[in-house]
Design a protein around this ligand. Structure first.
Ligand SMILES: Nc1ncnc2c1ncn2[C@@H]1O[C@H](COP(=O)(O)OP(=O)(O)OP(=O)(O)O)[C@@H](O)[C@H]1O
Length: 249
């Protein structure tokens, strides 16, 4: 049973077809990198898989159940989401924001969480190197600090599927590495992890599989070493491998 899946998904936004015939199965224990140029449909795919955008055609499932048959709490038990835009503009403590990750088990501020939920929040903050930020107002944190707290919220949910939209954006090199290592560890512990990324090197390093989107359709998929070949790099991303990194083709 897959952790999350899309079958022949089609999404239209403001009259424009932005996803078409996208099928994707996220298996327990794998980290899948969702790649593609700006506007290719990565965020839309993640939102569609979570039921945050309506499908014009096709089906989304969490576990073996169609999304339409699941209420919000059951969806929250099955999948956690790290959105691309994650600026908090209201003043709550970081640990209360992470506690929101436990909403599917009965939402409460940190002070009123059960010991098990509190432990999940503390552990997630610790793993994201954010324990020292726990009592800070999230609106007082730097962009990267906020990103680590939001990642902790997504981890605290402990759901079988974890869908993260550019989790390493705004992070410094060490925290970028650590965030990807954390997501890898989540996959190794049995979760299905889907990560939208721009960093092709990171995809090669961390992902079991890549899915490459181009203009709302799947252009390539497979093991990173095979799917990210010279043709896909040139045709989809307009780059080639040069000395020291990717350069415009
Ligand atoms: N609310 C909306 N209304 C109309 N079009 C939208 C809307 N949201 C996204 N789009 C369009 O859908 C397409 C896919 O957007 P999406 O955010 O999924 O791309 P992405 O691959 O995540 O891009 P990026 O790498 O820039 O984050 C883009 O052309 C975008 O302009």
């Amino acid at each position: 049973m897959s952790a999350a899946s899309l079958q022949d998904a089609r999404v239209r936004l403001a009259g424009r077809l932005v996803l078409d015939q996208v099928s994707l199965c996220l298996e327990p224990g794998e980290l899948v990198a969702l790649l593609g140029p700006n506007g290719s449909g990565k965020s839309t795919t993640i939102k569609a898989a979570l039921g945050l955008l309506p499908l014009e055609a096709g089906e989304a499932r969490l576990g073996d159940v169609p999304l339409r048959a699941l209420g919000p709490r059951e969806r929250g038990r099955r999948a956690s989401y790290l959105p691309q835009t994650r600026r908090a503009v209201w003043s709550i403590e970081a640990r209360d924001l992470v506690a929101l990750g436990r909403f599917a088990y009965g939402s409460a501020p940190y002070e009123r969480l059960s010991p098990a939920d509190r432990a999940a929040v503390d552990e997630a903050l610790e793993r994201c190197d954010a324990a020292d930020l726990a009592r800070r107002g999230v609106d007082t944190l730097s962009g990267g600090e906020q990103a680590r707290v939001h990642l902790a919220r997504a981890l605290a949910a402990g759901a079988p599927a974890l869908l993260a939209d550019e989790p390493a954006a705004a992070l410094d090199p060490r925290h970028q590495y650590e965030a990807m290592a954390l997501l890898r560890a989540e996959a190794d512990s049995g979760r299905g992890v889907l990560v939208a990324l721009h960093d092709l090197h990171a995809a090669r390093r961390w992902a079991d599989r890549v899915v490459v989107l181009d203009a709302g359709r799947i252009a390539a998929q497979g093991a990173p070493g095979e799917a990210l070949d010279a043709g896909v790099l040139a045709q989809v991303f307009g780059v080639r491998e040069g000395e020291g990194g990717f350069v415009p083709d």
